[in-house]
Design a protein around this ligand. Structure first.
Ligand code: NAD
Ligand code: USQ
Length: 400
């Protein structure tokens, strides 16, 4: 297949591009490198150093013999998206290219607006580019399990059969997202479903859980092929953060009671799931939803697992939860569609945690503990910045 990976310079997009290229697909990578500018804005940095995109691509060619086509394009610029799609002529597009941090979207009005414009407009442009260029292109779009929130009923894979006043219909599962970022994914999902119905596009919406891990088979081949690893309080996700905190001797930061339960998956399973979705495409006019995670844990359980796996010097701390979220709740989310297609999960255990800790250990001199303290307060609605994170609104979305 010819596959265009949008957001292909990011944590997940880069290893996915390599994974697909290694399997002899022709892969193009689209990115405007904005993720690197959030680091400049926030004063943060990936724990594992990463090469620039051109160097990554040329190193991959040297190591594997495969060429990656690189497109420097902002998805909110329709002409640039259309040129990349027409120029590469893909059979499928994998769309990772969004602002993906919930805390970043909750910093203040500018960051909320930026996140929703970037994500919703970018995805709309991709849909239009597909519809105009070649409606047979299968779009595999990264959504999030956080679209559903934490309802007091079982979470189905995308749709719920509802009987109301004696009549029955299958409806999109109700959405109760917990941040302006997660809301952007809900808006995307509605736009995707509408485009499938209206233009007959074929789309797979992957409602992915929290990803942990850093190394994949291909990224391990050369330091210049490494993918990023975020541990700061804005972009770092919980398990990755706990492992870094444990290695450097900082307390693991449990927000609130720690009964928040989430679906998680290993970074290697992200690659496998995307590949399965590509190999078994949605048909024309079909809007599919897969819940992409392999197991679920409460935050307290994650802290216990890391404590058991590593020689942890500090007790975890329960901080006041900076987010507005249920801290104890029912959670039973279905996730059978990808295993039905053949996914063999890589489950979290002490060996996986130790493997990740070894990577952290190698780079622990790069850890800046000050960036691990949560400063974004969900309850503070500010149109002028909450003062805790330095940023230049005029640069958001254009800084390189
Ligand atoms: P990331 O921030 O590391 O990568 C996203 C990439 O998209 C970056 O390289 C960024 O520069 C690029 N990008 C953003 N806006 C763009 C635009 N307008 N034009 C072109 N490129 C743009 O994020 P990630 O962790 O790799 O996540 C990838 C996708 O997976 C996101 O859509 C995210 O919502 C989803 N997801 C991630 C996780 C996780 O735990 N990391 C979990 C569930 C879902
Ligand atoms: N949490 C802690 N301590 C921490 C960090 C987080 O207790 O130090 C808690 C949070 O309060 C939350 C949970 O852990 O309840 C998850 O937080 P997170 O930052 O690990 O993940 P989240 O904000 O949900 O976002 C991440 C990715 C996002 C993706 C989402 C999948 O950044 O792109 O969409 O995971 S999901 O959670 O299924 O929505």
């Amino acid at each position: 297949m010819r596959i265009l990976v949008l957001g292909g310079d990011g944590y997940l997009g880069w290893p996915t591009a390599l994974h697909l290229s290694a399997r002899n697909h022709d892969v193009g990578v689209v990115d405007n490198l904005v993720r690197r500018s959030y680091d400049t804005e926030l004063g943060t940095s990936t724990l594992v150093p990463i090469a620039d995109l051109d160097r990554r691509a040329s190193r991959w060619q040297a190591v594997s013999g495969h060429t990656l086509s690189v497109f420097d394009a902002d998805l909110t610029d329709f002409d640039a998206v259309a040129a990349a799609v027409a120029g590469f002529s893909p059979d499928a597009i994998v769309h990772f290219g969004e602002q993906r941090s919930a805390p970043y979207s909750m910093i203040d009005r500018q960051h909320a607006v930026y996140t929703q414009v970037n994500n919703v407009v970018g995805t709309l442009n991709v849909l239009y580019a597909i519809a105009e260029t070649n409606p047979d292109i299968h779009l595999v779009k990264l959504g999030t399990m956080g679209e559903y929130g934490t309802p007091n009923i079982d979470i189905e894979e995308g749709f719920l059969e509802v009987t109301h006043n004696g009549r029955t219909d299958t409806m999109p599962f109700p959405k109760q997202p917990g941040s302006f970022y997660h809301l952007s994914k809900v808006h995307d999902s509605h736009n995707l479903a509408f485009a499938c119905k209206t233009w007959g596009l074929g789309v797979t919406d992957l409602n992915q859980g929290i990803v942990y891990g850093q190394e994949t088979t291909e990224t391990a081949l050369d330091p210049d092929l490494a993918t990023r690893f975020d541990y700061d309080a804005v972009f770092g996700t919980v398990l990755n953060r706990f492992v870094v905190q444990a290695v450097v001797g900082e307390p693991m930061t449990i927000y609130g009671k720690g009964g928040q339960t989430r679906g998680v998956l290993n970074i290697r399973d992200t690659l496998a799931c995307v590949e399965l979705a590509l190999l078994h495409p949605a048909g024309r006019g079909q809007f599919r939803v897969f819940n992409q995670f392999t197991e679920s844990f409460s935050i307290n359980q994650m802290a216990v697992l890391v404590t058991e796996a590593l020689d942890v010097a500090c007790e975890p701390v329960h901080l006041d939860d900076p987010r507005v979220e249920a801290q104890e709740h029912y959670y039973n989310a279905k996730h059978t569609k990808l295993t039905d297609l053949g996914l063999v999960p890589t489950l979290l255990d002490v060996d996986i945690v130790r493997g990740l800790a070894a990577i952290v250990q190698e780079h622990k001199d790069r850890v800046d503990p000050s960036t691990m303290i949560p400063t974004v307060d969900w309850r503070a609605a500010s149109s002028a910045g909450n003062g805790s994170v330095p940023y230049l609104p005029s640069e958001i979305g254009v800084a390189r």
